[in-house]
Design a protein around this ligand. Structure first.
Ligand code: ADP
Ligand code: MG
Length: 854
């Protein structure tokens, strides 16, 4: 921590501060060396340190005028503060260092300090007005940080909260409530106090001691450090805080302090290096030492000490307003701690047992909300939906049977079983809400198509919605291909195809994506609205307001487990609702589906069509990438094709697109000058994407360089190599999706994972890919490694996230399911007064997820 950079101060370490023989910093410029006295005289105060406070007040005024460049006082503000540490500390509380802050942060720091000065009875400087008026006006002028009630800005902590606001926002903490819910990811156990004589090298200890001496020292280049000697009745120990010279000013001799950390030995003597510490004031509880101390997830520029103080202040300010959400009988039955107590104990547990009880309570809350969300969404959907058209098998036009008998392959047992499950749902007049899970290549599309055809057979319509344009286009192509696998004709009409299915007549299929030309989009939209289209395939463009799908009876949502989306598509004039089939290509781990989706209708395709050879997967170290390139070349020479997935780069899709473009360039010029390379990324226009994929399908390209847009669904049987560059940046489930792009034809296929060996743990994780080809097993592994966020995050599932609960905690999950049943049975709308809090929270969760679904 330097006392200001040379550009912001006239003082530098090599020169003595100007204008002050004893080396004390002085005010610079117009204020001059005597400003302190003058200011003190002017305010009519003196003694008790008020004059010093007044000096500080005027320095701050200069700082403001000077644009917060740390020029108001020679030597910089930090140096000034450290000279007055004792006085300022006792009057104003802990003051954070000023020089490292940005101009904006400095402004807030200063205005906070001004406010604290005012609170301490030190008015502003302007000379010509009476003191009283001055005090009032300056209390108004440097705006006290304020915000709406409950906002984090309202918290008062020593040193001021203002400087931390941007970082807190980065952590998602904008309200006092957010801070209460910002739980530590672990605790350091500093609850056992040791005597200094008991310290052992290498062990963690906490000691309560007195400061014998403390000084700020400068060693080498990087700022100053604090060196102190602490004593208790049994001995003394040396402590160094590196880079934190400013601490010395708050450690006056005789002060009581607690330090916690690992004991080191230096020249045969025990010492602490940068331990956690806390000066005992007698007024405040310990929060950094001497107890179970929370360690919070945090971000750069927000030290643990600061975040602890902030959360502590939030507990003080907000805990009293935390209302219990669980009915008393639920708490009693399950033996759960009260909410406010649990929150408090999870931050600052009295002991390990209370911490566990707090965790249990909060985990239960999260699980309960999850289960309630899943169940009530379904109940609501089915209740509101009222009736769905019953779509009996074998009825109407008989297209389904014609289609099935025309398939060039045998259905797998799993496909047959799932078709029966789906068929049974569709035959009923209640809307189906079913999740179809299946590993890559398990043949979900055929099942989905059967569901859609059952709608068409009954004279109704179906829609198939994909998350990306590329995938929607692929689905369109696949549906056309599958339908035409018997004797039949495709009459492509741009985005509309009419396909003869056996002798049963024709099915019309349309593709609607946002990226299509306007004229095409308009034409397709009209055709859909006019009832000319039996099966509409598309992206979210399908559910825009301008699009209406008359007589929609079956909606298939691909690659995500969102139900709300299709629901809205169908909110038309009739009370009839479509059946929904949600397909998930990312297998949901068994543990997760048991815990969360345990009561949902789930169909699983747990069988891969016969004849598929598992994709051979190998890790290739970065240094051997040439071998990977040679391998690609060899396969191309045999007439095969390859995908090369470009490493995930941080940043927007545009950044990714640019990186992929450069990589494509490099590979084309330097690595594969003799091969035909194509490029695919998310920023390309629909027609460019289409044309690349068409050329790849037609064998006009040997290698397709792609960003992760290729992750899902794409189906090219002649592609046999998948090279994933920077494989360690992807999750296992995602790698499995990439890998699933090959091995879809008759040829043996390969997946090469290029990795930077540098990342710790990466290799071990990727080795799993070599051994395991079952997507469910991988997903389970992935979930274990990366946590449930990716699976349960609101982004993916529209479900509340788990912060405290573990998805593997089947005991709590069972508890939550049990209580959710009781609750919904006795009060389905959660409307009674004792359920109102839960009901409100549930409303928020469900509301948010419907919003996110669009
Ligand atoms: P996914 O579950 O990954 O979406 P798809 O439905 O895209 O799988 O099917 C992958 C490929 O397997 C397609 O080319 C499809 O035609 C083919 N397929 C589907 N079912 C079978 C089966 N029972 N036997 C052989 N091939 C099948
Ligand atoms: Mg698919």
């Amino acid at each position: 921590m330097s006392a200001g950079s040379p550009t912001t101060t006239t003082w530098s370490p090599s020169s003595e501060p100007r204008g002050s023989p004893d080396g004390r910093p002085v005010l610079q410029g117009r204020i001059g060396p005597l400003a302190g006295d003058r200011a003190a005289r002017r305010t009519g105060r003196g003694g008790g340190g008020d004059d010093k406070l007044a000096v500080l007040r005027s320095i701050l005024a200069r700082e403001e005028e000077g644009g917060y460049r740390d020029r108001a006082v020679i030597g910089g503000l930090d140096r000034f503060l450290s000279m007055q540490a004792e006085l300022l500390g006792s009057r104003l509380g802990e003051i954070e260092p000023y020089s490292p802050l940005t101009a904006d942060q400095r402004r807030r720091w200063a205005s906070d300090l001004v406010a604290r000065l005012e609170a301490a009875g030190v008015p502003g400087e302007p000379a010509s007005r009476p003191a009283r008026q001055r005090a009032q006006s300056s209390a108004r002028a440097p705006a006290r940080p304020k915000g709406p009630p409950g906002s984090i800005e309202r918290l008062r902590i020593a040193g001021g909260i203002a400087q931390y606001l941007p970082r807190l926002e980065r952590l998602g903490i904008e309200t006092i409530d957010d801070a209460l819910r910002h739980f530590p990811h672990r605790h350091s156990d500093f609850s056992q106090i040791s005597a200094i004589s008991q310290l052992m090298h290498g062990a963690e200890h906490t000691v309560v001691a007195r400061v014998k001496e403390a000084s700020e020292v400068r060693r080498g280049g990087r700022g100053t450090s604090t060196e102190a000697v602490l004593v208790d009745d049994t001995g003394s120990v040396r402590v160094t805080w590196f880079g934190r010279g400013y601490l010395a000013r708050s450690l006056r001799p005789g002060a009581e302090i607690v330090v916690s950390g690992t004991v080191r030995t230096f020249k045969g003597r025990h010492m602490f290096e940068s331990p956690e510490y806390e000066v005992i004031t007698g007024q405040e509880e310990l929060i950094h030492t001497g107890r179970l101390v929370p360690v919070y997830p945090t971000t750069e520029g927000l030290p643990q000490r600061a975040i602890r103080r902030i959360v502590r202040a939030a507990l003080k300010a907000g805990l009293g307003r935390v209302a219990e959400t669980l009915p008393a009988d639920v708490r009693e039955r399950e033996g759960l701690m009260g909410l406010a107590e649990a929150i408090s104990q999870l931050h600052y547990p009295d002991d390990a047992a209370r911490k566990k009880a707090a965790q249990r309570r909060l985990a239960f809350d999260e699980m309960l909300m999850l289960v309630l969300a899943v169940r009530s969404r379904r109940i609501r959907w089915q209740a509101e939906a009222g009736r769905a058209p019953a779509l009996p098998r074998g009825g109407g036009r008989g297209l389904t049977d014609a289609f099935l008998s025309s398939l060039p392959f045998e259905l797998t047992g799993a496909q047959r079983r799932v078709m029966v499950e789906v068929g049974r749902d569709l035959a009923r007049p209640q809307p189906m809400v079913r999740l179809l899970q299946g590993d890559v290549g398990s043949g979900k599309t055929v099942v989905a198509l059967v569901a859609l055809l059952l709608a068409v057979d009954a004279g109704r319509r179906g829609a198939l919605m994909a998350p990306t344009e590329i995938l929607a286009e692929q689905h369109f192509a696949t549906v056309c291909r599958l339908l035409a696998s018997g004797p039949g004709r495709i009459e492509p009409d741009g985005a509309v195809a009419r396909i003869e299915v056996g002798e049963r007549g024709s099915v019309s299929v349309a593709l609607l994506t946002g990226g299509a030309r306007r004229s095409v989009r308009d034409r397709v939209t009209r055709a859909i609205a006019g009832g000319e289209i039996d099966i509409a395939v598309g992206t979210h463009a399908l559910i825009q307001e301008s699009v209406s799908i008359p007589d929609l009876a079956v909606g298939v949502v691909d690659e995500q487990h969102r139900f709300g989306v299709m629901q809205r598509a169908a909110l038309g004039e009739t009370d009839e609702r479509p059946h929904i089939l949600a397909m998930s290509a990312t297998p949901i781990p068994r543990s997760l589906s048991l815990t969360v989706f345990g009561d949902l209708d789930v169909s699983v395709l747990d069988e891969i069509p016969p004849g598929r050879k598992p994709v051979r997967t190998r890790l290739v170290a970065n240094e051997q990438r040439q071998e990977a390139y040679d391998f690609v070349r060899g396969q191309v020479e045999r007439g095969r094709q390859a995908f090369m997935v470009f490493p995930l780069v941080e940043g927007s899709e545009a950044v990714q697109a640019r990186a992929a473009t450069e990589e494509h360039e490099r590979l084309s010029k330097e690595v594969f000058p003799e091969l035909r390379l194509g490029l695919l990324h998310g920023r390309m226009g629909t027609r460019d994407k289409e044309s690349v994929l068409e050329r790849f399908a037609a064998g006009e390209l040997d290698v397709l360089v792609s960003t992760s847009v290729i992750e899902v669904g794409i189906d090219f049987p002649n592609a046999t190599v998948m090279v994933i560059d920077g494989a360690d940046r992807f999750g296992l489930a995602q790698l499995h999706q990439f890998r699933g792009r090959v091995g879809r034809g008759e040829h043996q296929s390969y997946c090469l994972l290029l990795t930077d060996s540098g990342r710790p743990g990466a290799e071990e994780r990727l080795r799993v890919m070599e051994k395991v080809s079952d997507g469910f097993a991988l997903a389970e592994e992935d979930l274990r490694i990366r946590g449930p966020g990716d699976y349960l995050g609101t982004r993916q599932s529209g479900l509340p996230d788990l912060k405290v609960a573990s998805i593997f905690d089947t005991v709590t999950a069972a508890m939550a399911r049990r209580e959710a049943d009781r609750l919904l049975e006795s009060d389905p709308g959660l409307r009674s007064p004792e359920h109102a809090a839960l009901g409100r929270r549930l409303g928020e969760v469900l509301g948010a997820s419907v919003g996110a679904g669009g």
